[in-house]
Design a protein around this ligand. Structure first.
Ligand code: FUC
Length: 807
């Protein structure tokens, strides 16, 4: 062996060892390749998604593009006007005839949402002899970089993977400690319709998504996936090789590299999606030209330049927040081992920080495309009939995905959802009229998709009202617009983007409300997402009037719209009508068990431990119920949570963590957080559980089960909620700090009003807080009964000690 080779081998081995010894706090690592999706690494630039398995002989990378869905723009004509059924349901409800009301309500449905399509899989088949040893696989979420390394036959093989946002490219670099050791074949496969061709060290794949994909939860049906050459979003994937040494040979569907020293694979993906209201064929983007353009631009750059640019861009977001708990460092164990130990009761504060930062990593990696939010699986899905169509489930999941965005200093990542609401309002105008007979404002149902579908789903009566007969999707969604304004103070956004959407949602609700027998305003028909009641005569159903969660969402929407109109000094008359309606809404009721009533009457629940708890919306994410402002309602909410219990699905645990935090019960919040990190066996989405079973897979993805990303985001948001809460009354420091987090520090988390907060605490007590004013608004901070109120100057930092005296 030449001297230079020996030196290279020495440094590579050294580096490998260093990695294992000095585990960065931001690293997930394993000592074997992933077998299941739930063990693989997720990489993304907010548009292109890559799921990396890191196999030795055969490596697989699932590819996704956030804009590749089945179907096409919503056709308003496809929905006949069935709003004449509304008076019939109302009449049945007024007669307290719940059976009839339920039957008619079921007819008020349109089509199912479309489905997120898997783009394809890249295979890298290695022609290596010998058994691999020393296998090491890591995802560094501080750098958004995956690495695989192993030794075989005296050669150390290393692969690095990242997806760059600035250069719109997936990069895989393969290297070896010995010259001419790289021998592999690259191929592309897809479950969609596609063809491949090759030229000039490049493999080109193009195809299209189905025009129709029936949801997997409807089970086996004939022809669930339908393709038509003339329909469906087009996609292109171009893969080009840059090799040092060796030869490259091509076939129509493969690239083979022989005897190379180092190879960089450039992979560029594009689709024809051109907006929610544009036909992806007739008015689509030129996906082929776009993919080729991106590839050419990136191919002119060398690996190091691309990597540097990627990391600079990524770290611009990721590095904004730092956290440390009890001075703990990561134990030198693979992440799945740590998770297993943790689930058995071990203390691993650094794993808790990793889980929080991983939530931030996933949001940066999945949410950077205007009008296209992260879906149920973020952007990572290999299935042609994914769980729940991988859609936007508007009765919790789509919103939960974004609870983290503002408070964890990732406001830019909120934009895909905020801009999506604009699209939803367009189709939602038709939905309001055709399904609910309301010709003011807009409404959306419980399922949506990239085409901003807003009609109540259910395929014209195939699904019971418990999930499909719900029209508060818009009402809930617009609260995100106001939250964005509160955190950023961006009045231009409020004026030009948010207000008209908020007003439209409020207008719908104002027209939708009816008077009950006591003279209160209520919704009718109403449901409480996915839960069912039992009436005193034993009827189990979902359709009722005056459901608490509808009214909670309407309350929040009205209050926020009024505040926005005041800030913008517009619509004084409309504001008055909202105020009048607000005062007449049926108030919260406390039931005989001391619980916050879910139903208009104090009926029994069909499933008292149900995963949804939408009637607690006013506690979290809303701001109507708090231990200070409404102690009785807060107690009732606590009772409800106690009855619901702690065993639930992943996203539901994520929600309950935030609810318990708002009740300022740090230890109970922490208990739930620990349970969210229960180890769940990877299984390729085989196990579905609706009651209990929530937890975390080896790759730290949330298990509903199956994988659903909302639990990651909800859980990470809950970490902030334990450390910081903010609202009209100001900022609460360490409001729900658990005993287990007795000391620590955090920097860069955000509060409403436009403040970045950094804190240190020791023995459970705050020692220092720094408040950076981003907008120059007045500030008020609270800590254990003490309050400091002060004026601020934009850009200035204000420091306080434990007694809230300025330092
Ligand atoms: C609702 C939830 C399920 C699941 C699905 C995507 O139906 O009740 O638990 O999260 O959405």
């Amino acid at each position: 062996m030449k001297n230079t080779h020996l030196l290279l081998l020495f440094f590579t081995l050294m580096l490998g060892n260093l990695h294992c010894l000095a585990q960065s706090e931001n690293v997930l690592w394993y000592n074997r390749p992933a077998e299941y999706f739930e063990e693989a690494f997720l990489l993304g630039n907010g548009k292109t998604g890559a799921t990396v398995f890191g196999g030795i002989q055969s490596d697989r990378i699932f590819l996704n593009d956030v804009t590749l869905w089945s179907g096409g723009p919503v056709d308003p004509e496809a929905n006949p006007d069935i709003s004449y059924l509304i008076p019939q349901v109302r009449e049945a409800l007024a007669r307290e005839d719940y059976r009839t009301a339920e039957q008619i309500n079921r007819k008020i449905q349109g089509k199912f949402s479309e489905s997120y399509s898997p783009l394809g899989t890249l295979y890298i088949e290695h022609n290596q002899q010998g058994t691999a040893t020393g296998y090491y696989r890591e995802l560094d979420i501080g750098k958004s970089l995956a690495t695989v390394r192993y030794d075989s036959d005296g050669v150390t093989y290393t692969r690095e993977y990242f997806v760059s946002h600035p250069d719109r490219i997936l990069i895989i670099r393969l290297s070896a400690s010995k010259q001419e050791a790289l021998n592999f074949t690259v191929k592309f496969r897809s479950l969609l319709r596609y063809t491949t061709s090759s030229e000039d060290k490049m493999l080109h794949a193009q195809g299209y998504s189905p025009y129709y994909a029936y949801p997997s939860y409807m089970g086996k049906v004939p022809d669930p996936i339908r393709f038509d050459e003339l329909k469906g979003t087009r996609f292109s994937a171009d893969i080009q090789v840059k090799n040092k040494g060796g030869q490259v040979t091509l076939s129509d569907s493969t690239i083979t590299v022989s005897d190379a020293n180092e190879v960089v694979l450039y992979l560029s993906v594009a689709t024809s999606f051109n907006g929610f209201d544009k036909d992806p064929v007739r008015d689509g983007l030129e996906s082929r030209a776009l993919a080729a353009y991106q590839l050419k631009r990136a191919y002119n750059q060398d690996y190091c330049t691309l990597k540097e640019r990627h990391q600079k861009d990524y770290q611009g977001f990721f590095d904004r927040v730092k956290m440390e708990l009890n001075g703990s460092t990561a134990p030198d164990l693979p992440t799945d081992e740590r998770l297993k130990r943790y689930a058995q009761g071990s203390i691993d504060n650094s794993l808790e920080v990793l889980y929080f930062q991983y939530g931030r990593y996933l949001l940066i990696s999945s949410s950077r495309t205007e009008g296209v939010p992260a879906n149920l699986q973020g952007i990572w899905n290999p299935y042609i009939r994914p769980p729940w169509s991988c859609n936007y489930t508007m009765n919790i999941n789509a919103e939960e995905n974004y609870w983290l965005a503002e408070c964890a200093n990732l406001s830019e990542m909120h934009q895909p959802f905020l801009t999506f609401i604009k699209n939803l309002a367009v189709t939602g105008k038709h939905t309001a009229k055709a399904y609910y007979g309301v010709d003011k404002g807009w409404a959306a149902g419980h399922n949506s998709d990239i085409w901003a579908m807003s009609n109540p789903a259910g395929d014209h009566g195939k699904i019971a009202p418990r999930s499909c007969s719900w029209n508060m999707g818009g009402t809930w969604a617009v609260t995100h617009l106001w939250e964005h304004y509160l955190f950023t103070g961006d009045e231009t956004f409020l004026k030009e983007e948010a207000y008209s959407l908020m007003k439209g949602a409020a207008e719908f609700c104002l027209a939708w409300l009816v008077m009950d027998k006591q003279g209160y305003l209520i919704t009718s028909p109403s449901t409480s997402p996915e839960a069912q009641y039992i009436t005193p005569d034993g009827f189990i159903g979902a359709t009722l009037y005056g459901g608490t969660s509808d009214l909670a969402m309407i309350r929040e929407c009205f209050e926020q719209t009024m505040k926005a109109s005041r800030v913008l000094e517009v619509d004084a008359g409309f504001r008055d009508s909202l105020k009048t309606a607000l005062n007449r809404l049926h108030p919260y009721q406390i039931g005989k068990k001391g619980q916050l009533q879910e139903w208009y009457y104090d009926w029994e629940d069909e499933e008292p431990q149900h995963r949804h708890q939408s009637h607690l919306f006013g506690l979290y994410p809303g701001h109507q119920i708090s231990t200070e402002k409404t102690p009785e309602l807060a107690d009732a909410a606590r009772k409800t949570l106690e009855i619901r219990g702690d065993q639930t699905t992943g996203w539901s645990k994520g929600w309950r963590i935030n609810l318990w935090a708002r009740l300022k019960d740090g230890n109970q919040t922490y208990k739930m957080f620990r349970e969210l990190l229960s180890y769940v066996e990877p299984d390729g989405a085989k196990r579905f559980a609706y009651n209990g079973g929530g937890g975390t897979y080896p790759n730290l993805l949330d298990a509903h089960p199956p994988f659903q990303i909302d639990g990651n985001f909800g859980g990470a948001a809950g970490v902030v909620e334990m450390l910081l809460q903010s609202g009209d009354e100001g900022i609460y420091l360490l409001p729900a700090i658990p005993d287990a987090w007795s000391s620590g520090s955090v920097s860069g988390i955000c509060a409403r009003g436009g403040f970045d907060i950094s804190m240190n605490w020791k023995d459970g007590k705050l020692t220092r807080v720094d408040v950076l004013s981003k907008t120059g608004k007045d500030c008020c901070i609270h800590y254990v009964g003490q309050t400091a109120t002060f004026k601020t100057i934009q850009g200035k930092i204000y420091s306080f000690d434990a007694g809230l005296a300025e330092r």
